[in-house]
Design a binder for this molecule. Structure first.
Ligand code: 5RP
Length: 223
């Protein structure tokens, strides 16, 4: 599995050209992309990056990549990130690492987003995994009720130690199980319009290209 993540990540990083401003995703697959980009920078590639999490910013800086504060950046050239699930229309569930709010901002700010994944992430229909929702603590019960009205079952995300998981912004997450998601676009819109929802992990129109690495080889899918 790790080798497959690396193959997908390296294929995406090969698309980065001199002078680009690159959005770097979060997670174990994105970590392979950061390592591969670090090697290219060492070889002389001139790029700058923005990060989707504190963890990624640290890893990128350690790899020798110059990281800008995204607050000063209005647009990026390319974004590379992992997914938790992705369907044949390149719609995805993200946020297993809790970074989906920043990930969606950076993906949307990018001219192009490349998703990188091993074969275990490919599904015919989204919904095997819950959709993470980052919410305003003030609105917890209200958001959970709205999720329930949409057919979802909301569970508070906890850390391994059992305390409430908090994002890089200091907000909690509800992991919302909907079962098979028949209309991801409609669900994404419904979740986005709940007051108190700060961000969610359904990515329905951000991903342009997928590099999917399986035992059978590397496949590229374009939207
Ligand atoms: C983090 C994410 C990750 O990209 C997603 O969870 C995939 O992670 P991994 O590559 O470790 O399986 O969305 O918020």
């Amino acid at each position: 599995m790790e080798a497959l993540k690396r193959i997908a990540a390296e294929a995406a990083v090969a698309e980065i050209a001199d002078g680009m401003l690159v959005g770097l995703g979060t997670g174990s697959t994105a970590a392979f992309a950061i390592a591969a980009l670090g090697r290219r920078v060492e070889e002389g590639l001139k790029v700058t990056a923005v990060s989707t999490s504190l963890q990624t910013a640290q890893a990128a800086e350690k790899a020798g990549i110059r990281v800008l504060d995204f607050a000063d950046v209005a647009a990026t050239d390319l974004c590379i990130d992992g997914v938790d699930e992705i369907d044949p229309h390149l719609r995805a569930i993200k946020g297993g690492g809790g970074a989906m709010l920043r990930e969606k901002v950076v993906a949307t700010a990018s001219s192009r987003m490349i998703a990188i994944a091993d074969g275990s992430k490919s599904v015919s229909q989204l919904g095997t995994r819950p959709v993470p929702i980052e919410y305003l603590p003030f609105a917890r019960a209200f958001v959970a009720r709205r999720v329930q009205e949409l057919g979802g079952n909301a569970a508070a995300r906890l850390t391994e130690a059992g305390s409430v998981f908090l994002t890089d912004q200091g907000n909690p997450i509800l992991d919302c199980s909907f079962g098979p998601i028949v209309d991801p676009d409609a669900l994404a819109l419904s979740l986005s319009t709940i007051p108190g929802v700060l961000g969610h992990g359904l990515f329905v129109d951000q991903i342009h290209t997928l590099y999917l690495a399986t035992a059978a080889g590397l496949k590229r899918c374009d939207w």
